[in-house]
Design a protein around this ligand. Structure first.
Ligand SMILES: [Zn+2]
Ligand SMILES: [Zn+2]
Length: 99
């Protein structure tokens, strides 16, 4: 089942679930993370994303919202707090590649 989901991800165009983010997996260089199954982590993600709807099975967040692009850090970089995030610049200038 997991494998099928991965294949589906490759052929399907996925848009980032975050509000104000228009990143698509087929167009951007960022990675996409599926919402975690763990309810606690999942709720945290939803809260941080500040959307009022439940993410569906096809909901993904792109790595632009994660510090260092790491899923474990949790999605903390969003348009609503970009003033606090000096490195948050994807809305204007595209992706900054970090090594
Ligand atoms: Zn995004
Ligand atoms: Zn992105």
């Amino acid at each position: 089942m997991h494998l099928v989901a991965e294949i589906e991800f490759l052929v399907k165009m996925v848009q980032c679930w975050a509000p104000d983010c228009k990143h698509y997996n087929v167009r951007e260089t960022c990675r996409f993370f599926r919402f975690p199954k763990d309810q606690k982590t999942r709720n945290r993600w939803i809260k941080l994303t500040r959307r009022t709807v439940e993410p569906g099975p096809g909901a993904y967040l792109c790595s632009c919202h994660f510090v260092d692009g790491k899923k474990d850090n949790g999605p903390t970089l969003f348009a609503y707090n970009k003033d606090k995030q000096l490195k948050f610049s994807f809305l204007k200038r595209g992706h900054v590649k970090r090594m």
